[in-house]
Design a protein around this ligand. Structure first.
Ligand code: ATP
Ligand code: MG
Length: 423
């Protein structure tokens, strides 16, 4: 127990963190380009927020939340997704009076008690955006086009964009009756969660992952065929605009998405190269959510993008993420005097922005150079008494093995120049 992390969690170790930095940086860049600002929300919230904001009949709330009482007796839940917390913050901080629309992004860890498998963890990470205040199809299209560009920039090719509309509460009421009529004779064969959903929110049954339920749903009526005129017009506009921008999509009438307050446009970016957990990103419009959480009726749209699945996707396509630059120089030392001198020298070099390593283990010169090799340092110098006295050192190019005698005072300048390709 002590030396094994809890099931479904994983360490991100130094040898892969550069991949995370890379995609995080690209995500931040694109968010800024599209006018989004970062929001950092708490890891935990009052449980009621997720019950309300994600929805009582969702898999997340019914099966997957990490919920506990704190020492003050409050029911607390580790965030299973980002939207509810951002919506809570929107209301709490009066963002309705900010210039509209309000565009927020986040990069967070989330927690779900799930069946662990490849691409499905209990602690995982999401990029997400939330756009509040814009009801127009242009908002839907802007959000989708941002993802389209993001994936393109990362060199990701094989992600299909699947699109659906799940209407509004008005059209859904009629659809729910239709779906209930279809499911009535099958009710006994549904899982216990879906039996409960039958009265409370029949549409949720469409999203059930249980095989027994899935097989009962093959001929189920599709919500898209029942949406009202306004919703239909909205959806037509979204499709028209996407086509005009050259963004390819397919209609998937089966997408209902995991949150209860989605309305109208819902979409997923799905991979066919990373196995059964192939949904890399899911999103949609949630015009009822802010009101459901206690704010004024406000339209919203956003997405959540699984970072682990994004990296799996890039890996499966053989996309190489650039490794971080190697250290500029390693300073080897022999003796106390050189040690003292090299500490000041290292500080001077680091002050100038040079990446510099030096021995701090009191090792032999041979061991120090072995270490310099392991670090992939581009250059090395070895300082002993005579080098400190004369100011002359040999600057060794660790890639070519060539050595060159230089004056120690020129070291910094040479290292800086070498970065521009001139040694
Ligand atoms: P799924 O159908 O795979 O369970 P979901 O509908 O529950 O996904 P969302 O709540 O929409 O997923 O989360 C957005 C994204 O987060 C998903 O598209 C996926 O990339 C990622 N994701 C969801 N659950 C997990 C998990 N347990 N481990 C890793 N990534 C996940
Ligand atoms: Mg899920």
């Amino acid at each position: 127990m002590l030396t094994k992390a809890p099931k479904g969690t994983r360490d991100i170790l130094p040898d892969e963190i550069y991949k995370w930095y890379f995609v995080e940086e690209k995500f931040r860049q694109i968010c800024h380009q599209f006018g989004y600002h970062e929001i950092r929300i708490p890891v935990f919230e009052h449980t009621e927020l997720f019950q309300r904001g994600v929805g009582e009949t969702t898999d997340i709330v019914q099966k997957e939340m990490y919920t506990f009482d704190d020492k003050g007796g409050r029911s607390i839940t580790l965030r299973p997704e980002g939207t509810a917390g951002v919506v809570r913050s929107y209301i709490e901080n009066g963002m309705a009076s900010w210039p509209q629309p309000v565009k927020l992004f986040y990069d967070i860890a989330v927690y779900r008690y799930e069946n662990v498998q490849k691409g499905r963890y209990r602690e995982f990470h999401q990029f997400g955006v939330e756009l509040f205040g814009a009801a127009d199809p242009s908002a839907d299209v802007e959000v989708i086009s941002m993802l389209h560009l993001f994936f393109n920039r990362l060199g990701i090719k094989s992600l299909a964009l699947n699109l659906n509309s799940i209407g509004c509460p008005t059209c859904r009421a009629a659809y729910n009756e239709r779906l209930k009529a279809y499911l009535r004779p099958k009710l006994e064969r549904l899982c216990s969660t879906c039996k409960d959903r039958y009265e409370r929110n029949p549409m949720r049954i469409i999203d059930c992952k249980e095989e027994s339920c899935r097989s009962e749903l093959v001929d189920a009526p599709a919500l898209l065929d029942y949406i009202c005129e306004d919703c239909s017009r909205h959806f037509e506009k979204v499709k028209e605009k996407l086509s005009a921008m050259g963004i390819v999509y397919s209609i998937d009438k089966g997408i209902v998405r995991g949150l209860d307050y989605y309305t109208r446009t819902v979409f997923e970016f799905v991979s066919d190269t990373i196995g059964s957990q192939g949904t890399v990103c899911g999103g949609g419009r949630y015009d009822g959510l802010i009101e459901a959480c206690g704010g004024k009726p406000t339209p919203g749209i956003g997405f959540g993008l699984g970072i682990e699945r994004l990296l799996l996707q890039m890996d499966s396509q053989g996309i190489v993420i650039p490794q971080p630059d190697p250290p500029d120089v390693f300073i080897g030392v022999i003796g106390d005097r050189a040690e003292q001198f090299s500490e000041s020298l290292a500080l001077k070099l680091r002050t100038a922005g040079i990446t510099c390593h030096k021995d701090i283990m009191g090792r032999s010169v041979k061991a120090q150079m072995k270490y310099a090799n392991k670090l992939n340092a581009r250059f090395a110098v070895i300082l002993g008494d005579s080098e400190v006295e004369s100011g002359k050192v040999e600057l060794k190019n660790m890639v070519t093995g060539e050595g060159r005698d230089i004056h120690i005072d020129t070291l910094m300048d040479r290292l800086l120049k070498s970065r521009q390709g001139a040694v």
